[in-house]
Design a protein around this ligand. Structure first.
Ligand SMILES: Nc1ncnc2c1ncn2[C@@H]1O[C@H](COP(=O)(O)OP(=O)(O)OP(=O)(O)O)[C@@H](O)[C@H]1O
Length: 729
């Protein structure tokens, strides 16, 4: 990630009334503006005869094969190779600068594959000749020039520093890109002259201009997820930017802004209160087809991101200056702390900031925990709800079965009754037929008996026929009555059954309706709960991941700090031991010298004494000898014995003198030895106690370090467990 340039412009808007559209600030959502710029083929592509596969229109860009259009994208504006730097600036940047002057924070960033012209678009040629920009100057130098000219023209009371300085710094910044942001800020600030009357109100609009690294890293990282980790910070930042754009596009609850420095910086520009414009740069060459499509897809997705721009509150000049002073002081403190110390040091303010951030993370975790508990409770309620629903369904099925059973019982009973009646009627018919047959037989018999008396017979048969007719009529009547009864009964039974059936149907329909409403509501409830759970899980997972990453980073920092401290302690120990060794040697040598001196002195005195004694003995012996020689001249032989005696007694004396000298020398040596060994003992004791002090000190230091390391390890373990638990959750 390269932040090329970021300028802050303080615009004087003293005591001006809010414009009517200001009232809608923060309420009105606007889409991020997405522009596509397609450059012409560069030398390399011409040399390779790379076919052109892109065609641009006012708002459209088409990816084409020789014979057909493969894909068409629509953006806010599309610029082809014919669009020069001035055109881009006039059409894209000038309107944004108006917004900046109105106090809005605006961000413009270039995004695309490597060598597609991001830097050309953002910086271009930074040379200045005769105070004029080069025609290939990009957005940043043009912005600088424009702002300075514009502000100078707008009000006489602006004191403006020369734009060329800004560009010089920008050039330096291009070499050391990280330094550019601070330097440019410093040089592009505008100062208003002090006004004599009243308090001045200022509106501060911030314009962030960002030139990203080549976007092809995203594609690759996305395809080979495992390698993404190795691909370094640029890759991570772009990858996270892509994920943020996707998450914003899909209206996810959690957007992983915090996962990279770039997205943290751009957080407010993506879905925040800033007005944002993305320039997607592409190559027209066929060789770049995949990357071009990936860039256009990303840009197309980014189009759906909606921001709610809010103009910055007016602030008094004093407050603004105070704010800047505070910022500068904090940065100075950090810088001083870093310069003064080794290892990880930071100013108290930064430390406090980290502590606060840590606390807010902890709070976030607690909130998530509570949310999780709430969701678990809801899940339990859902479970109970589902159980109740199942029971209700079972009861309904039972009822249905029961009602069906009732219907079939009723119709069976009706059928039975109908069969019985039919049987009764047919039996009655049978009985009548039998009776009629019997009468017929009797009639024939009587016809044979009474053939002789025609009148009697005729009368008799007349009577018989009458009887028969009456009987037949009665039978028909009875039959009709029975039929009528059975029809009435059947009808009433049918009516009753139909009534019951309608009632049952209504009842069924009602229960059906209630159950389906209940099922739909429950399903909706369950779906919404599931969505909430999934969203919460995602948030928790993301939070856990972020937390784990932060903890790992902290652990690494702590590990490094401990290692550094251990190294420092080891070095110090070694240095201390060296010093002790040297001091001991010095001390021992001094003691040895002193002893030597004492010893030498003692020996010298005793030797001198011995020599002087020896000398005096020798001279007296010599004298004695001379005397003896003299005497011997008188009576040599007579005195030989005396001489021998005298000699031996002298020799004895001499011997005893030597012995006593040796004894005193021995004593002296012993006492010197004693003194030396005493001193040695004392020294040894002293060294021992000193060494034990050092050892104790060292071991207590080691214990402390081991303890703190153990504590650290256990807290790391604990943190890992916590994070695993979070991840599992
Ligand atoms: N619109 C354009 N007109 C003319 N030349 C262009 C245009 N856009 C880019 N170029 C040329 O294409 C080459 C690559 O452009 P540039 O270095 O700006 O690409 P980039 O996207 O910034 O690459 P990187 O991601 O590697 O920084 C340069 O030689 C540049 O001058």
């Amino acid at each position: 990630m390269d932040i090329s340039f970021s300028s802050e412009v303080c615009i004087e808007r003293a005591r001006k009334r809010r414009r009517s559209n200001d009232i809608k600030d923060g309420e009105k959502e606007i889409n991020i503006q997405v522009i596509v710029r397609c450059r012409g083929r560069i030398d390399r592509e011409i040399a390779a005869n790379a076919p052109v596969i892109i065609e641009t229109n006012f708002r459209e860009v088409q990816l084409k094969s020789p014979d057909k259009v493969l894909k068409t994208y629509t953006f806010d504006r599309v610029f082809g190779p014919e669009a020069d730097q001035a055109k881009i600036f006039d059409h894209i940047v000038i309107p944004i600068l108006h917004e900046v002057k109105a106090g809005y924070n605006c961000t413009l960033f270039a995004y695309g594959q490597t060598s597609t012209g991001k830097t050309y678009t953002m910086e271009g040629n930074l040379d200045i000749a005769n105070g004029q920009m080069n025609k290939h100057a990009g957005i940043i130098p043009r912005t600088l020039f424009n702002l300075f000219q514009d502000l100078e023209a707008e009000a006489q009371d602006f004191s403006v520093k020369n734009a060329a300085d800004g560009i010089r710094v920008l050039k330096q910044g291009s070499v050391k890109r990280h330094a550019a942001q601070t330097n440019c800020n410093k040089n592009s600030r505008y100062h208003k002259k002090t006004m004599a009357d009243g308090e001045d109100l200022l509106k501060v609009g911030k314009f962030n201009l960002v030139d990203l690294a080549g976007s092809e890293c995203i594609g690759r990282s996305g395809a080979e997820n495992n390698r993404a980790k190795e691909a370094g910070n640029i890759n991570k930042s772009l990858l996270t930017l892509g994920r943020c754009i996707n998450a914003l596009n899909e209206r996810c609850l959690h957007i992983p802004f915090r996962e990279s420095k770039l997205t943290r910086l751009l957080q407010d520009s993506l879905g925040g209160k800033t007005k944002t414009c993305i320039i997607a740069t592409v190559s027209p060459a066929k060789s770049c087809y995949d990357e071009t499509m990936s860039t256009l897809d990303y840009a197309y997705r980014a189009k759906n991101i909606r921001n709610k721009p809010v103009a910055n509150q007016r602030v008094t000049k004093k407050a603004l200056i105070k704010d800047y002073i505070n910022k500068i002081e904090r940065l100075e403190m950090d810088l001083r702390a870093t310069r003064d110390k080794n290892g990880i040091f930071m100013s108290a303010e930064t430390h406090q900031f980290l502590v606060n951030e840590n606390k807010s993370r902890k709070d976030e975790c607690e909130e998530l925990q509570k949310e999780k508990e709430m969701l678990v409770e809801k899940a339990l309620i859902d479970h109970q709800h589902r159980k109740n629903l199942q029971e209700l369904q079972t009861k309904f099925n039972d009822l249905k079965a029961m009602s069906m059973g009732f219907g079939s019982t009723v119709s069976r009973k009706i059928n039975d009754a109908y069969k019985e009646r039919t049987k009764e009627i047919s039996e009655y018919h049978k009985y009548i037929d039998e009776q009629l047959d019997r009468f017929e037989q009797q009639k024939n018999m009587l016809e044979q008996i009474f053939t002789s008396d025609g009148n009697v017979v005729t009368t008799f048969f007349g009577e018989i026929n009458k009887l028969r007719k009456g009987f037949q009529e009665a039978a028909i009547k009875k039959d009709q009555g029975l039929r009528k009864d059975s029809v009435t009964m059947l009808k009433s039974l049918h009516d009753e059954l139909a009534g019951q059936s309608i009632k049952m149907q209504t009842y069924h329909a009602k229960i059906d309706e209630e159950i389906s409403t209940l099922v739909t509501t429950t399903q909706e409830h369950i779906d919404s709960q599931n969505q909430a759970i999934i969203a919460c899980q995602n948030i928790t997972e993301e939070a856990a991941k972020t937390e784990t990453r932060c903890l790992e980073e902290h652990n690494d920092l702590l590990d490094n700090a401990i290692k550094k401290e251990c190294n420092i302690a080891t070095n110090l120990n070694e240095e201390l031991l060296d010093i002790i060794k040297k001091e001991l040697n010095k001390f021992t040598n001094a003691q040895i010298d002193r002893l030597k001196e004492t010893y030498d002195k003692g020996m010298k005195t005793s030797n001198t004494k011995y020599l002087s004694g020896h000398k005096s003995q020798y001279s007296s012996t010599k004298e004695n000898l001379a005397y003896l020689i003299k005497e011997s001249k008188v009576d040599l032989s007579a005195n030989v014995n005396n001489i021998t005696k005298g000699m031996s007694s002298h020799l004895d004396k001499y011997k005893s003198l030597i012995e006593s000298t040796l004894t005193s020398l021995e004593r002296l040596t012993v006492s010197a030895n004693d003194e030396s060994s005493e001193l040695h003992k004392q020294l040894v004791e002293l060294f021992k106690s000193f060494a034990s002090d050092v050892t104790q000190c060292y071991s207590s230091l080691q214990n402390k370090m081991t303890k703190s390391q153990m504590e650290l390890e256990s807290s790391t373990l604990q943190l890992k467990e916590n994070s695993n638990a979070l991840t599992n959750f």
